[in-house]
Write a protein that binds this ligand. Sequence first.
Ligand code: CU
Length: 164
Amino acid sequence: MTIYRSRSLLPVLALLLSCLAWGARAESIFAEGAWSRATPGQARNGAVFMTLHNRGAEDDTLLGADAGPLATSVEIHTHAHEDNIMKMKAVDTLALPAGTTVTLMPGGLHIMLMGLRAPLHEGQSFTMTLTMQKAGTITIPVVVHALGAPASVSQGHRPEQHVH
Ligand SMILES: [Cu+2]
C-alpha cells in the first residue's frame, strides 16, 4: 500500500514541478488576456489577440505559434496600407525587446489561425503555444468571445466613452 501511495504521488509532483518551471519562465516573458472571436460557420480563419510582455533584460522574438488540431497552420499577421486599403500581411517574426509590451488587437497585429477545422464558439477556450527565440515554448489559454467582441474585451471592460 505504501508503494502504491508513493507512486500515485509522482504525477502530482511532476505537475507541481512543471508549474514551478512555467512560473519561473512566466516572470520575464508572458502573454496576458489571450482571446479570440467566435467564427461564423463557414469562416476558414480565426484571429487571436493578446498582450505580450517582456519583463526580462534580454530581447526576445516571437517566432511562431501553434494551435494543435484547431487550425491547419498559424501565422503572425499585421495590418498594412496597400493601395489605400488596410490589408492583413503575414510577418515572419515579431520582436519583443526587453522591457516592452506588445499588444495584438483587432486592426493591428494578431495571430491568424489558418484553415480552422471547426468553428470557434463563444465561451470555448483552447490552448495555444507560442515559440519564443530565447524563452522557448510558452503555453497559453485562449478564451473565445462573441463574434462582434470589441478590441477592449481583453481588458475586461466595455469600451469607454471618451468625451472631449
Ligand atoms: Cu490575419
